[in-house]
Ligand binder design. Sequence first.
Ligand code: NAD
Length: 388
Amino acid sequence: YEIEIVTGVQTCALPIFALLRLARGRAMSSAPMTVAVLPGDGIGPEVMDVAVKVLNHAGGLFGKSFKFNHAPVGGAAFDASGDHFPQSTRQACMDSEAILYGSVGGPVSEQHLPKWKDAEKNAVLGIRKAFDLAVNVRPATVYPTLAHASPLRSEIVDKGVDMVIIRELLGGLYFGEHKTEGDKATDVCEYSADQIRRPLEFAFTAAKQRRGRLTVVDKANVLDTSRLWRRVANEMAAQHPEVELEFMYVDNAAMQLIKAPSHFDVICTENLFGDILSDAASVLPGSLGLMPSASLGSSKYMYEPSGGSAPDLTGLDVANPVAQILCTAMMLRYTFALPEMAAAIETAVSSTLAAGICTADIAPPGAQPCGTKAFGDAVCKQLSETHA
Ligand code: NAD
């Protein structure tokens, strides 16, 4: 496959799944693009409204139209149907070419209520399983204009932080057998070579298109599954001689992400390590509200912000909509093969941020933050000024 990997707010295109080839043909079609819109809970509906507004605005400028299939997920779905991922929502996803997902879950103090108990797990894992979403792609970039927002010291940030974390999503501890017998509990971690090849294939190609370094993170000094990851990665490395392959234990990787993040280009790892490391990396830019992600399957891709439902911010018009807006750009790039339109949205977001317009989570000290909706309007204005 011909692929494109770029840096900054732009992200990687997909090499491994046949859908990308189909997308090229799709880009030529004048039929509306069908998108399942699953806003979810908390700030999900607020940031999703802004993202859909920006998407429609860009569509108007680029002569493209959308058909949105709105459906509830998480607590919102539970209220209506007693199910966090009901059949009607699954159908809306099946009827759509891509899934735009917000976030799911309630306040910590209410997690015991049936509405919230296991809401995130049931919704996220349900969708992953339903659509065979096997690989998660999460860029973590510190934008120079937002360096003040990063929790890292400036001498670390100044070396450049721009990595992509690729996480296997359908194997490992999450999907192994779980059982408790009295005082003994067991969680099984299993991987097959085929399962490992899917994320690694994407990771090698991504590294080739970026700065050429692939770090496979594992715990091979302890785990057999990690030793299998190493074997498969070493076998695949022969077909990618231009990629510098290295292995790193997960405990060391956790330290290096904070001490020397500029070391990393592409990280590829198994499900649990990827969950933890990608959350750790997502704080480097300064806010969870900045980072989009894509989950790639064999029939459909889902796009979601890296953060959760932020119940503390819900309804206040203060949530950062950047991650959700950038999800629409990832969707245009990967599902609909519209890289110019994707880049237009990405550039409008970075220009808006560079102009000092930003929400409270990333506003420099003393600066006046803008609201969620106002940020979206500023991005639409940027788009109009550049593409009218
Ligand atoms: P969270 O990501 O919702 O919030 C963590 C911190 O980041 C909070 O201070 C929040 O205000 C901030 N934050 C997150 N998104 C932001 C945004 N767009 N703009 C500005 N600030 C933002 O994580 P949490 O508090 O641990 O979890 C809250 C709920 O979200 C829980 O119910 C949890 O289960 C759920 N959750 C859902 C998903 C998902 O749907 N994929 C992922 C993680 C957490």
